[in-house]
Write a protein that binds this ligand. Structure first.
Ligand SMILES: [Zn+2]
Length: 225
């Protein structure tokens, strides 16, 4: 399956990241674009060309379109407790990039995440048990943090949230040859980030962004602009 390149070619993975950074900047400064959503319903009725796919948590405070100030038809939003991957999530991301032409995959964790806390406490409950198992590698890798290794320790919880985002981003490339190929061709980038529920600020882990060298240079020059 090849990209249909529906998203304009001027939107590169680096440009897509820049659009989201600027959107979050507007969000935290209360400068959101005044959109006529009903007009956007009409504009998008014949198709959609979302430039990015955002995998984030289902938490009611972390709606991707809101925190990045995007309108209808702008981004694919995949939301699941703890922003973990599964066959279904990978399939959705492959559709977003290889079929619909999105240029960027964002894996977005958030502070004070209930799913992360549940994983830290090894909660077992119905189908949630399998979902929280996906976060266990991050719990294991956060053992270097001092203090108690459960949800009562905010530093531990935040470290697990960070490691879970980085682990998920890595797994996407490792588990999907389709996405790996698009990344190597420079058509898609992967950007892990963290949303702070107290400030509204999204921080991207710049050194863990997966993009070609050229795209990373574009990211750096956009930052200086
Ligand atoms: Zn959460």
């Amino acid at each position: 399956m090849r990209s249909h390149d529906l998203v304009p070619n001027s939107v590169t993975p680096a440009k897509a990241l820049d659009i989201l950074k600027k959107g979050n900047h507007r969000f935290i400064n209360n400068l959101k674009v005044n959109r006529n959503l009903l007009e956007q319903v009409n504009e998008t009725k014949d198709g959609q060309w979302p430039f990015a796919a955002i995998l984030s948590c289902m938490d009611s405070r972390t709606s991707a379109e809101l925190v990045f100030d995007q309108g209808l038809g702008d981004v694919f939003s995949i939301r699941i407790a703890g922003n973990v991957i599964s066959e279904n999530v990978l399939g959705s991301l492959e559709y977003a990039t290889a079929a619909a032409g999105s240029k960027l995959i964002v894996v977005l964790g958030h502070s004070n995440c209930g799913a992360i806390k549940g994983a830290c406490d090894h909660v077992k409950m119905g189908h949630l048990t399998t979902l929280l198992d996906r976060i266990q590698p991050a719990v294991e890798n956060a053992k270097g943090i001092s203090g108690e290794h459960n949800s009562s320790n905010p530093e531990f919880v935040q470290e697990v949230a960070k490691l879970n985002v980085l682990h998920t981003a890595k797994q996407i490339v490792e588990s999907s040859p389709i996405i790996k190929g698009l990344v190597e061709e420079g058509k898609v980038g992967i950007a892990p980030g963290m949303y702070d529920i107290a400030t509204g600020i999204v921080t991207f882990y710049e050194s863990d962004i997966v993009m070609t060298k050229e795209q990373m240079e574009e990211v750096r020059s956009a930052q200086m602009a």
